[in-house]
Design a protein around this ligand. Structure first.
Ligand code: CP3
Length: 340
């Protein structure tokens, strides 16, 4: 929490995106008994998964266990998580009329199980351990409904954006109007910080980002309850970090494709940053990890307001012992620097 506010800390705090996931045996054991979607809708199990992950690896925050795409169900889409293709969204948006037909979402009604998961997670964490709530950002959620699932090229998304600009803005506006009460509901339920994931926004240029995305993300961030830090994360944003950071957020997430010192200069030292170790480094060996942690801490230069994280999520093939070793390394190496 101090790092979000750019206050001095005794060591650099660290948590990892996807810290609760398939790389961890405890998670796989639960998933052997319940489907991913059923797990996301069981607040008790969500709390267990989130808290177990935080405690097992010794992270300095827990993240709500849920999924980015759940908010699409009350918007009228049917979700399926398949073993090989990843998520599939049935009921694609292909025209302006489709956008008009999307219902207004009241998360208090349709996503109350998420708020319950936040409450239960909060209760099960030790007092003072920050809990991060999250949502997809308007662009990434729109990309999912336009593509019908994950994509490599986002051709349908970009085509819709360019050919139907009015419908595009109406779609992002509608999603944004659902995301604001969704995040504020998580805060009311006990989230201390919220992270907006704009995971696929790196397929755009800075110019496109400014015109088609920035106003919508800014509106969401401005709608979040004052005093609660917002982490604004995207991948592939290196070439347009200036525009990306202008959308707001107390903390700007940076992926591993851009050097942290350069990124921080562009974002501005009056903002906190989160990142940005390459998730692949976690596959080992540990001496190399130590080198990379040192490099990253050097780039952060003991400036207050650095939250250590990966540039993207933990890979499923990551050995859990390496994750534990990483967290220990960050704590040890940053603490010794603070006392220099
Ligand atoms: O530990 C955490 O970070 C909290 C939990 C979390 C999950 N998804 C669990 C999950 C969070 C924060 C997310 C966000 C999410 N979901 C994002 C944004 C983060 C990012 O990676 O950029 C995205 C794009 C999604 C959509 C999504 N969910 C995809 C593309 C997939 C399939 C890919 C995969 O890794 O299987 C999911 C499934 C998913 N979400 C899993 C988990 C643990 C794996 C499901 C399983 O158990 O099989």
């Amino acid at each position: 929490m101090k790092a979000c506010r750019r206050e001095q800390t005794a060591f650099t705090p660290v948590w990892l995106m996807r810290q609760a996931g398939r790389y961890m045996k405890e998670y796989r054991d639960i998933r052997a008994k319940v489907s991913f979607l059923d797990l996301c809708k069981d607040p008790e199990l969500c709390a267990e998964v989130a808290v177990t992950a935080q405690q097992r690896i010794g992270a300095d925050a827990a993240i709500l266990f849920s999924d980015l795409l759940l908010i699409l169900e009350p918007l009228g889409f049917k979700l399926e998580y398949t073993e090989h293709k990843g998520p599939v969204i049935n009921g694609r948006v292909a025209s302006g009329d489709d956008v008009v037909r999307l219902p207004e979402v009241d998360p208090n009604e349709s996503l109350s199980f998420v708020f319950e998961a936040v409450q239960k997670t909060r209760k099960a964490l030790r007092p003072g351990m920050p809990l991060i709530g999250f949502s997809g950002a308007p662009f990434t959620l729109a990309a999912y409904v336009l593509e019908g699932g994950s994509s490599r090229v986002f051709d349908k998304t970009k085509k819709f954006m360019r050919e139907e600009p009015l419908a595009w803005h109406a779609l992002l506006d509608k999603i944004g109007r659902a995301v604001i009460p969704y995040l504020n509901g998580q805060i009311r339920a006990g989230a201390d910080v919220v992270q907006l994931f704009d995971s696929w926004v790196g397929c755009l240029s800075g110019e496109e980002y400014r015109e088609y995305v920035l106003p919508h993300t800014r509106k969401v961030i401005e709608g979040i309850r004052k005093g609660v830090p917002v982490i604004h994360f995207g991948t592939g944003t290196g070439p347009f970090l200036k525009e990306f950071s202008e959308a707001g957020g107390d903390v700007c997430g940076v992926d591993h494709r851009w050097p942290l010192d350069q990124a921080w200069r562009v974002i501005g030292h009056d903002r906190a940053v989160q990142g940005n170790l390459d998730p692949e480094i976690l596959l080992g060996p540990v001496p190399q990890m130590r080198e990379q942690v040192k490099k990253l801490l050097d780039l952060a230069a003991r400036r207050p307001g650095h939250i250590f994280n990966l540039g993207h999520g933990v890979l499923p093939s990551t050995p859990v012992d390496n994750v534990i070793a990483l967290i220990d390394l960050v704590h040890e190496m940053s603490a010794s620097r603070q006392s220099l």
